[in-house]
Design a protein around this ligand. Sequence first.
Ligand code: NAD
Length: 476
Amino acid sequence: MAPRQEPSFRESVDLMFNRAAALMDLPPGLEEKIRVCNATYTVRFGVRLRGTIQTFTGYRSVHSEHMEPVKGGIRFSMGVNQDEVEALAALMTYKCSLVEAPFGGSKGGLRIDPRQYDEHELELITRRFAYELIKRDLINPSQNVPAPDMGTSEREMAWIADQYARMHTTDINSRACVTGKPLNAGGIAGRVEATGRGVQYAAQEFFRHQEDKARAGLQGTLDGKRVIVQGLGNVGYHAAKFLSELDGAKVTGIIEHDGALFNPAGLDVEAVRNWIVSHGGVTGFPDAAHTAKGTAVLEEECDILIPAAMEGVITLENAHRINAKLIIEAANGPITAGADDILREKGVVIIPDMYANAGGVTVSYFEWVKNLSHIRFGRMQRRDEESRHQLIVSELERLDQKMGDAWSLTPAFKEKYLRGAGELELVRSGLDDTMRIAYQAMREVWLSRDDVPDLRTAAYLVSIDRVAASYRAKGL
Ligand code: NAD
């Protein structure tokens, strides 16, 4: 028998889409319309650096405009190509639909290794790339709104926002042209850690449901569960930090670009992160065994595996050796379509990327709304809320005095109850609510239909159904 071929990333997404679409009753034309990528723009531009002109290649892909603006990150990586941005743009369509963020799907990328350039050079390159996209309305507050992704952060988003403002000096909404900005440049509290926080909320919601845990062969709470994380970048670091510090999970393995650390007693996530920042990788970190072949640690026994680096890391080649009960896809597309089949047959439960890493776009949505409304969340109501709470507390204290020592309010209760919600509290509340509701929509389909084998198919069913409804409402 000929060996099974691994599909490309975009083909993998299409295969997963097709598996769900086969269970739906969509008109054939509409099915095709939703699946295909509307447009991909390729740009090549030169920047004078170190005495010569260097040419860069970038992409911005628009998958579906059933809602506008379209939304999706910009990544800086040598792996960027048309197939990849189209796959990622399609995932953005389904992701936004699943978490009810009112956007179509888009994605961009620049083929560059950011580690090879200093900050000033990166600013020149980013601004030039942004200029090329802005002048074609591929960055625009009402049409196309990027965000950070692999290799980019709030620093690049601030440059993009400033570039847009320079080219649209009278646009009062210019800050809404990109999300994931620093707080002082129109960003929102809680955006940097939003994707990792969303992964934590996704895990918490999964562990609230007895039947779901049973399907993965898990029980109890997150406390003490063994977790292996691949990629300790923005998403992986925050997910690992929150799960270990706040839920008591034990991070036993961390896989990075230069190998992996493994310690069955648990790793100190903060210490590993600090080591990476100062040494450029995990090599040499004390207190853990280091393996140069990092991918081997993907196969170590654990309760939860969190791939949070890049796509295509669990494949036909290694899927049957994976030893996790639950996989939370923090990265986009870490499991190929063939590997997905193998893992399902093994009984591994997968919380799919379009849901698991949707925390980023959810908080980006809040940031975009904040930019358009020109006011910080909580600014109008916070003190009013506090004074109403103070009224109740004062009244309880008055009764308390009358009743003697029979009961009294603890200082901790008073402190918490009296504090009105600021932007960060509201962002966390909105994100938690979004992650819970989206999970429940998926699981209802997963558990109620015999023909739906996994959460990924359920997620596609929920989101394709909504995209289809939106196209139908437009008369398509
Ligand atoms: P990042 O650049 O901050 O981090 C990526 C990390 O992976 C880095 O620490 C890098 O050293 C590491 N890495 C690179 N090659 C590796 C390899 N071969 N093995 C192991 N680790 C390797 O990127 P990020 O923003 O955290 O994004 C990670 C993934 O999450 C991507 O798939 C991205 O599309 C997805 N994602 C990101 C966001 C976001 O808000 N940043 C939102 C949704 C999805």
